[in-house]
Design a protein around this ligand. Structure first.
Ligand code: ADP
Ligand code: MG
Length: 292
């Protein structure tokens, strides 16, 4: 169990990236959903003990990891959002090297693990090529492979699906749904589908604050009966926005579809729809903008 209490971070330039964040994260895949600039990477780096917070506590299995970073470092798999520069050696060699650093010292066991991860991330055929020549999606898969080395029991992956095409994203979902059964995986993303397909628990982070926290299904249930949709003229969108709580507008082949959050039918022609996680996300974002 990972416990985060009143975690705040103000960068030297004055940006408050985290504002008293508290979360309890249990075994399974935890989805941290939020727009760019919400503070996701700041939170991930703090849990990975790569960066100190301004205030607050983080503990893993009741041990304070800010005071004892080794508690986490020895069992952590981390995929940063930005990987930086790769050395000009083959994927196999690089994984082998990282595995040694992570303490997988038995030669046969290490070889087996490296090969298995190359297979799982679909990089086996290109294992002899230098990672520096890989495409964005391949680098991302390599990043996932290195995060899984050494059988970590806490995995932090920061926007792992951002550069992946739909097929690669699907493969990633399958891989992680298996891994997430017995350990804690924290997955940050701005893609709602990642969370709806993978995460039994989630939080929405906006402007450094946790706005929503819980099981996706119960968050969706709370919106039952409150989500309405209508196709309107493009010119009318601004009027509707002024009058109603428009949570999203979508342009579909020349038409504009409005989604509104309201206890009652906003006006004639609006159809009630079964809410989904995207409605939860957009409702949260629009509420946050209005209170600012
Ligand atoms: P996210 O990962 O959700 O996009 P970040 O944690 O990267 O959010 O950033 C949160 C806020 O903190 C942003 O406003 C960002 O510009 C700012 N920020 C991030 N890193 C730094 C830094 N090293 N110095 C100053 N500001 C930063
Ligand atoms: Mg980020």
């Amino acid at each position: 169990m990972l416990t985060i209490r009143n975690l705040s971070k103000t960068y030297p330039n004055g940006v408050e990236a985290l504002k008293s964040v508290s979360l309890d994260i249990e075994t399974g895949i935890f989805g941290l959903l939020g727009p760019n600039g919400a503070g996701k990477s700041t939170l991930m780096k703090t849990i990975a003990t790569l960066q100190e917070p301004s205030h607050g506590q983080v503990s893993f299995d009741n041990k304070d990891i800010l005071k004892n970073p080794n508690v986490v470092r020895s069992c952590l798999g981390y995929l940063p959002q930005e990987f930086g520069v790769y050395p000009k050696i083959s994927a196999y060699e690089l994984l082998n090297h990282i595995a040694i650093l992570k303490g997988v010292l038995n030669d046969a066991a290490r070889k087996e693990q490296v090969n298995a991860l190359l297979q799982q991330t679909n990089l086996y055929d290109v294992r002899k090529k230098s990672v520096s020549t890989y495409s964005g999606g391949m680098k991302q898969r390599f990043g996932i492979a290195q995060a899984l080395l050494g059988n970590p029991n806490l995995i932090i992956v920061d926007e792992p699906t951002a550069g992946l095409d739909p097929e690669e994203r699907n493969r990633f979902h399958n891989l992680f749904s298996e891994i997430g059964e017995n350990i804690i995986v924290i997955l940050s993303t701005h893609i709602v589908d990642d969370v709806s397909q993978l995460c039994p628990n989630m939080a929405i982070l906006v402007d450094g604050e946790v706005c929503v926290n819980g099981r996706p299904s119960s968050l969706i249930d709370k919106l039952n009966g409150n989500i309405w949709r209508k196709v309107v003229d493009k010119d009318q969108v601004e009027q509707y926005k002024a009058k109603f709580n428009v949570i999203s507008t979508r342009f579909i082949v020349g038409e504009t579809q409005l989604t509104i959050n309201s206890d009652i039918q906003p006006e004639l022609g609006f159809e009630p729809v079964q809410p989904d996680l995207e409605d939860v996300y957009f409702s949260t974002l629009s509420k946050k903008i209005k209170t600012n």
